[in-house]
Structure formats: C-alpha cells, structure tokens
Design a protein around this ligand. Structure first.
Ligand SMILES: *[C@@H]1O[C@H](CO)[C@@H](O)[C@H](O)[C@H]1NC(C)=O
Ligand SMILES: *[C@@H]1O[C@H](CO)[C@@H](O)[C@H](O)[C@H]1NC(C)=O
Ligand SMILES: *[C@@H]1O[C@H](CO)[C@@H](O)[C@H](O)[C@H]1NC(C)=O
Ligand SMILES: *[C@@H]1O[C@H](CO)[C@@H](O)[C@H](O)[C@H]1NC(C)=O
Ligand SMILES: *[C@@H]1O[C@H](CO)[C@@H](O)[C@H](O)[C@H]1NC(C)=O
Ligand SMILES: *[C@@H]1O[C@H](CO)[C@@H](O)[C@H](O)[C@H]1NC(C)=O
Length: 506
C-alpha cells in the first residue's frame, strides 16, 4: 500500500507558497490571519509531467490549499469510494467564480492600510490567490450600503435623466477596487444588478416595500441602466452581463425590508423585449448579455417559463441567474428542469451568503468549518446540475457582518478587523478557492461515475486540456478513494475527515 501514497512534498512549494497563519476563535475551525506584511498564498500552478498529479488539500483540521505531488498507478486497491472518469461524456461549460463589489466590501477594505487592502484583492484575484474571474456590482445602493440611494434621487419626475449621476460610493468604494482587481486578473468579467429603480419611477415612490416600475417609465429605466454602463465604461469597466434586477420577489413579498423592486414574470418579459433589449442593442453595450431572474431557486422554472412566453424577451436573454438562499429546501431538480426546458440558456448562481436566516443568531462565525462546508457542498451540487458559475456575496465585511443600513447582516469569506489592520480568511474563502483557482472559464464538466456515498466529487477538462477533479469527504473519519482514468491509470487517495481536495494533471 505504501507506494500508493508516494506523495512527495513539491518543489512548487519552493515557488513561494506562504503558509496560513491560523487563529482559532473556538468555532470549530480556524481562520488565516493576514496583515500589512504577511498573507498566505498559493503560487501559480506548475503541473507535473504525465504520470503524476498535484493535489491541494484544505481540511477542518487546519490544512489550507496544501500542495503535494503524487503518481498514478495501475495497481488496484480496495476503497471506500471509487470514481470512474469518463472523458467522453461532457456537460456544461464554466463561466467562472467570484464575489460582489458592494459598498460594504469597499468601505471595509478602504479602512485598511494600502498594503493590507492589497492583500485582500490579491487573495481573491491575484495569481497567488483564488483567481476570481467574475465580479458582481450593484447599480446604486443595496442593503449593504450605509444609506438608500439610486443615481437619480430627485423628488420630481426626471424623464430626461438630467439628474443622473454616479454616487460617492461608486467613486470611492467600487470603481477603484474593480479597476485594481481587473489589473490583477485580465480575465475578470463584471456583471451588474439594480436593487431598485429611482423611487419616482415606482408605484410606491420608495426604495423598499411592495412596489413595481410604473409602465410609463419602462423606457426611461432601460436608459438609466444603459447610462450606468456608459459611466462605468468611462472608467474602463465594461459589463459582461446585466441582470434584470436583484430579487424581484422582495418587491412583491417585502419581508426583508431591503431595497427592492417587484417584477411579475410578464412585466419583466415586456420590459426586456420592448425596452432593455432594444435599448442595449442600440447602445455601445450591444455585446453585454442579459441574465434573467436573479432571484431564489423556488421560482425555477415557472417564473422564467412564464417570462419566456414572451418570445422576444426569451431571445434577448442569454442566461438565467439565481440565488442560493433556500437551497436547503428547494431540490436541485428544479435547476435540471430549467436546463431541460431551456438548454440554450446557461444557468449561473449569482449570490450566496450564510447568516441571513433569523435563526442564525451569529451573523459572523470566525473560523466555522461548517459554513465552509455549506459553500463546498452547494458549489458541488450546483456544478452537478448544469450550473456554469457561482458568485459569492460581499467580498469583505466587518465582524458584525456589515455595514448594512437595514441591519440585514451576514457572514463573508473575508472578515476585516480594521482596528488591528488585519483580516481573516474564513473556511468559506478556501472552499470557494478549491474551485475558482483551478477551474478556469471554458472548462467543461466531465462525467464521473461513483461507487460509495461518503464523498462528493466533480470533474472538469480545462481549455488547455488539464483534468481537474474536486472531492469532498463529508465524514468525520478518514476515507480511502480511488479515481480511475482509463488513459492515465489510478489515483489512490487518503481523505482526512472533512477535507476538500483538488487534483490537477495533464
Ligand atoms: C503580521 O503577521 C506576521 C505573521 O503572522 C507577523 O509576524 C507580524 O508581526 C504581523 N505584523 C503586525 C504589524 O502585526
Ligand atoms: C497504466 O496503464 C496504461 C494502459 O496500459 C498505461 O498507458 C499507463 O502508462 C499505465 N500507468 C502507469 C502509472 O503505469
Ligand atoms: C471515448 O472516445 C474515444 C474516441 O472517440 C474512443 O476511442 C474511446 O473508446 C471512448 N471511451 C469510452 C470510455 O467510451
Ligand atoms: C494608498 O493608495 C492610494 C491610492 O493608490 C494613494 O493615493 C495613497 O497615497 C496610498 N497611501 C499610502 C499610505 O501609501
Ligand atoms: C436636477 O437638475 C437640475 C438642473 O438640471 C437642478 O436644477 C436641480 O437642482 C437638480 N435636482 C436635484 C435634486 O439634484
Ligand atoms: C431573435 O434574434 C435573432 C437575432 O437577433 C432575430 O433574427 C430573430 O428575429 C429574433 N426572434 C424573435 C422571436 O425575436
């Protein structure tokens, strides 16, 4: 058996892999602490020759993207889990992974010294970091702002959008960080979502509560959306995609009391078909795609089916965006069903965070492996059901899980401690990195047949023909797994309790 585990400590470690500085807050796991002079990092991959593989491991017990190298074998061993790779059966093509440039994220990051702030951006976007290639940006304020606002907050009607202007928050907190992130990763693509139209365009004349866009302002609101893109483009920030608006259900059933605007499926269809679609097509942003829905999975597939009964709206829509918040009760077959109804529209998860539920009293739990596991298992589940991307919510929050003007606090992959000029990379950060760092845009999911249930796994082929397999041992005990690749041979792996593994080979 020994030789199956012939895992050598790699020379890639010598290429400046800086280890995690752990801190245990007594919450069932550890964070990694970064400050102005130190932050853990994992250098760009060096993939070994054919016959070998690299494995990165993170675990409840403290490993963080720990790299080792191993060799294929043709000997067979008994295993708790056997995974058979099928290179000939492919599924969805990946768009990417990322997080959101909210006002709250910018405010927290800007409270840090330049050097510490730079480590946050490098941790997410740099070659030595998670290599995020998607960034979501709110159009105007969200609940993760210190006030409610839009880009045209006049008291009266302003159909010519004379009073349109970006806010101080864009200039101070969003644009500079987005520009810096783009410098770190040229593959970074942005997409935008509005939480609400200016109040004067709405039935309730407010930022929150039960309210819809007045039909007489459908066209003005499309122009407002395009104006936002013009402004960001003038800062070198072009939008890859535009969603139809964050969580329209909040404007219909306003439980959370956050900035929102309701859309019925037919209203959204009409607006996309007659206003947003044509206005974008005629603008400088005709290559920006439209993502419909941007709401909880329980609206799938009926909401989009209803919206797509408008054939022109369907035609203008490239993909369907959804959020994670009720994933624990909404089964994944609703995503499959949406895919089978509309196979030409890609599916993408555009917002996730833990701590949103009233019964989750602790909004931020520093070091919680359990929350990291929630991210890992949800990403796996999404990827196994045709989803092409997974985008985290706020890039950074403070230890209350804010700021948020509605006190709708949640957890984040990075928590900032401005007082000490340091930040904490949570297990959620590493859970996401196990996918984002290794599965670049254009990767295609491969079939992976499985015997044994204690492990979950997904496999991909990257555009440069590497194989990437991610496995998670859900048990609190060791597992022995075998991956069979007909061409290369077998990989035998010991999986420590509650551990995630990314395996990469040529
Ligand atoms: C930053 O972190 C490093 C590594 O833990 C530590 O040696 C150093 O003292 C810290 N610097 C400050 C200013 O806290
Ligand atoms: C395993 O067998 C295959 C097919 O015979 C061969 O191509 C491959 O090189 C072998 N791998 C090892 C590690 O011996
Ligand atoms: C995969 O396809 C190749 C070429 O099309 C074929 O030679 C091979 O037998 C197939 N493998 C499996 C497992 O079906
Ligand atoms: C921090 O960065 C900003 C913008 O890049 C720059 O204007 C400022 O001088 C820097 N501050 C320090 C202390 O380096
Ligand atoms: C809107 O713009 C007009 C001039 O274009 C200006 O007189 C007015 O004060 C502005 N209103 C607000 C609320 O900014
Ligand atoms: C869909 O879009 C294509 C290309 O822009 C266009 O030719 C076609 O007429 C559109 N179909 C509908 C139903 O709008």
């Amino acid at each position: 058996m020994q030789r199956f585990y012939l895992l050598l400590i790699l020379w890639i470690c010598a290429a400046e892999s800086l280890p995690c500085v752990p801190r245990d807050f007594g919450n069932g796991g550890t964070v990694c602490v970064c400050n102005a002079t130190y932050c853990d990092s994992t250098p760009e991959l060096e993939i070994p020759e054919i016959g070998s593989f690299v494995r990165y491991v993170s675990s409840r017990d403290g490993l963080r993207l720990d790299p080792t190298e191993g060799a294929f074998t043709n000997e067979s061993a008994t295993a708790d889990v056997t995974l058979q790779l099928d290179l000939n059966t492919t599924f969805q093509t990946i768009h990417g992974f990322g997080g959101a440039f909210t006002d709250a994220a910018g405010i927290n990051i800007k409270l840090l010294s330049n050097a510490t702030a730079d480590y946050i951006l490098r941790s997410y976007f740099g070659e030595e970091g998670s290599r995020y290639n998607l960034g979501r940006v709110p159009i105007g304020g969200s609940d993760f702002s210190t006030r409610a606002y839009t880009y045209d907050d006049t008291q009266s009607v302003d159909t010519q959008l004379h009073n349109f202007s970006l806010a101080e928050e864009d200039i101070k907190y969003k644009i500079p960080l987005m520009q810096e992130a783009l410098r770190m990763n040229r593959d970074l693509r942005f997409f935008a979502s509005a939480w609400t139209a200016p109040p004067w365009m709405k039935t309730n004349n407010d930022y929150t509560g039960f309210g819809f866009l007045l039909e007489e302002y459908y066209q003005v609101y499309a122009e407002y959306t395009v104006k936002f893109m013009d402004e960001y483009k003038s800062y070198g920030l072009e939008m890859w995609a535009m969603t139809t608006g964050n969580e329209p259900s909040n404007g219909i059933v306003p439980v959370a009391g956050i900035n929102s605007m309701g859309w019925t499926p037919s209203g959204m269809g009409k607006w996309v078909a007659e206003n947003l679609g044509p206005t974008m097509s005629k603008s400088e942003h005709k290559d920006t795609i439209i993502l419909a829905f941007d709401d909880q999975k329980f609206g799938l597939p009926w909401y989009v089916s209803d919206m797509f009964s408008n054939k022109v709206a369907k035609n203008y829509t490239a993909g369907i965006a959804f959020h994670w918040y009720w994933d624990s009760i909404v089964p994944s077959w609703v995503i499959d069903r949406t895919h089978y109804h509309f196979p030409e529209k890609f599916l993408i998860m555009t917002e996730a965070s833990v701590g949103d539920k009233p019964w989750q009293f602790d909004k931020v739990i520093l070091g919680s492996w359990e929350r990291g596991e929630m991210y890992i298992t949800d990403i796996m589940d999404n990827l196994q059901h045709w989803v092409t991307g997974w985008v985290d919510w706020n890039l950074a929050l403070n230890h209350h899980g804010g700021p948020n003007w509605r006190s709708n606090f949640v957890d984040s992959a990075i928590i900032v401690n401005a007082e000490n000029d340091e930040f904490y990379k949570q297990p959620m950060f590493y859970g996401l990195a196990h996918f984002s760092k290794f599965i670049p845009r254009g990767s295609v999911r491969l079939k992976l047949s499985q015997e044994g249930r204690s492990t979950i796994a997904v496999a991909f082929k990257t555009p440069d023909n590497k194989i990437v397999i991610v496995l998670y041992n859900t048990l609190t005990e060791n597992q022995h797994a075998v991956i069979r690749d007909q061409e290369r041979g077998n990989i035998n792996l010991q999986l420590p309790p509650k551990s995630i593994h990314t395996i990469v080979y040529k």
